[in-house]
Design a binder for this molecule. Sequence first.
Ligand SMILES: *Cc1c(COP(=O)(O)O)cnc(C)c1O
Length: 384
Amino acid sequence: MTTMSSEPSKTKFDIPFLDLRRNITADRALIAKAFGRVLDRSQFILGPEVTKFEAAFAHYNTSQFCVGVASGLDALTLMLEATGVGDGDDVIVPANTHIATWLAVTACGARIVPVDPDPLTFNLAAALVARAITVRTKAILAVHLFGHGADMRGLSELAAARGIWLLSDAAQAAGAHLDGRPVGGWGHASAFSFYPTKNLGALGDGGAVVTNDVDVAARLRALRNYGAERRDEYIKKGRNSRLDELQAAVLHDRLAILPELQQRRSAIAALYSDALQGLKSVILPASAAGHIHGWHLYTLRIQNGRRDLLRKSLGSLGIGTGIYYPIPPFRQQAYAVEARAYSPLPISDALAGEILSLPLHPYLSMCEAEYIARSVRSVVEAWG
Ligand SMILES: *Cc1c(COP(=O)(O)O)cnc(C)c1O
């Protein structure tokens, strides 16, 4: 029982870093309707929902083609395979990324050439990539990390001048724009993940590749479906990596509300950036000129070795935080052998010890966001 009082509110906040239950509560009717269409038809694989979603997602990205697949990792791997990247090729990738970006390159038999990112955007910058290109370089695989587009203008020029592919890992970048165009529309092809927590999320695994290249699209369609060009005719040794009808139906209907969800992400990010200005030891995430940040993650850099301290303090105030990623791929056991040949990657190493992501999703309330910002400010100010 609460009584009227002049005491400040004692509301105890408990804000997990992510809370998909809210997302499902909001979308329950949308999901039921989407599932209903599929159940009525009872066609579950490569039916009209996949076709419809592919058309809508290609259009959204200002691309001609979209091919739905089973996951983000498959989208990356099949995109590389479809562009002919394989044994004996080098692929330039950021040193600071999700392990899946690296796994895709390894899976198609190519060699990873890791490049340190720009420390303010966390992404590949053309100037640093240019130095890493050799005659073996077949592709640049840029990542739009945290939802901020990579330097696609500079990288496009570079790729065109050197005659190599410019591909991107857009798993975190649904909703991000550069020069008025969705970042997925830049470069030769872009791979997306629809993992449930991404900006455009499914209710399970899913992924897609968008491209304007008709041959790449045709190879992708074959590769995801046993290598079949048409029924019973196999032109490639493919695999089973299909987006299913239930996921496609939900993704199609969620795509329609994506702009509205992105507005909410932007509003929360703006609140954070306003409230956290000027704090010592704290570097706020930047939006470079021409970019609209997709705000998949709101990632601070906490300097002077105090990241873990802030994380602990926020935890005791009921605020969950995330670290993407605490151990870069080149420090993982899985890449221990390859890593012996790499030059030092000091920016990625430093970032891994500094980055901290605050809760940011469309169903976080402004009241919770204010509490989070206030808490960060008071913890950091108490350090002096
Ligand atoms: C999530 C993610 C992936 C992997 O996607 P899955 O659908 O989980 O396979 C790849 N790259 C980045 C940058 C991601 O965030």
